[in-house]
Ligand binder design. Structure first.
Ligand code: PAF
Length: 285
């Protein structure tokens, strides 16, 4: 597997693949790769002839009090893991390649609607940073397919909206969330958790499952959300939200809607903020 740093080298390789008529799959990451990322790679491999991953810890999607400085940077291990998984090319751009005018003066992409609630409300500017870097990466790589995990559900919807709204010639494909044996969604941030917190953190998935069962039983959505927050707080979390939304656009569900929903949670355990979600599609709608 080659590792490239410059846009020029990247374009040369991808250009050769394209001339040969190969279908190109792209997995953008911030590194510190785990089994969840490798499953994105397999999803790309199933659909494409060549698979390319990027590692870039994007400063513009972190808020001033977030973990940009301490975000784990493990490039050697990431490159070894990607090579073992059969990745064809790793792109590791410099900040100046993605932000030639600096991050403050950068042209930014503001995806409306789907970014404005939930994570968007708790992390102002986060999705503008994500959309801004993903658009740059897609323009540089020009893949046929780009893979994003369902674990970051609002991010997935944001990128789908970005691609549709800006007529980007790329298929955005969603890959399922990989979980630890106790149900905890795999995430690079899990490594901030102590062994005890890792066990405690499984309560997020269990609460999402309880929310889904309560929807199916017909409880009111407001009551289900309130019960979920109370259950998480009682398990030692500081809960930012436990919400039931329309799966398509994260709008508040119309009265009586029980299908095509998604349950989403963001909660802090110690200094670590975790997010997760679960689809609720019970065929009754
Ligand atoms: O999900 C991530 O790892 C990041 O948000 C992404 C999509 C690579 C953009 O920096």
């Amino acid at each position: 597997m080659d590792m490239l740093h410059s846009a020029q080298d990247l374009r040369a390789v991808v250009g050769r693949w394209r001339t040969a008529g190969l279908r190109i799959g792209f997995v953008p990451t911030m590194g510190n790769l785990h089994a969840g990322h490798y499953s994105l790679l397999r999803t790309a491999r199933e659909r494409c002839d060549r698979v390319l991953a990027s590692v870039f810890v994007n400063p513009t999607q972190f808020g001033p009090n977030e973990d940009f400085a301490r975000y784990p940077r493990t490039l050697d291990a990431d490159a070894a893991g990607l090579a073992e998984q059969g990745c064809d090319l790793l792109f590791v751009p410099e900040t100046a390649t993605l932000y030639p005018f600096g991050t403050e003066a950068a042209t930014r992409v503001d995806v409306r609607g789907v970014t404005e609630m939930l994570e968007g409300a708790f992390r102002p500017g986060h999705f503008a940073g994500v959309a801004t870097v993903v658009l740059r990466l897609l323009n540089l790589v020009q893949p046929d397919v780009a893979i994003f995990g369902r674990k970051d559900y609002q991010q997935l919807l944001t990128i789908r909206r970005l691609a549709a709204d800006l007529c980007l010639p790329v298929d955005i494909v969603a890959a399922p969330t990989l979980r630890e044996a106790n149900g905890l969604a795999m995430s690079s941030r899990n490594q901030y958790l102590s062994p005890v917190e890792r066990e405690q953190a499984a309560a997020i998935h269990h609460t999402l499952q309880a929310m889904r069962e309560s929807v199916i039983r017909g409880e009111t959505l407001a009551q289900i959300e309130a019960n979920a927050v109370a259950a998480l707080d009682a398990s030692g979390f500081r809960t930012d939200y436990a919400a039931l939304r329309c799966a398509d656009d994260l709008a508040l569900p119309p009265a009586g809607q029980r299908d095509g929903l998604v349950a989403l949670i963001a909660a802090r355990l110690g200094n670590t903020r975790l997010i997760d979600n679960l689809a609720i599609d019970n065929g009754v709608g």
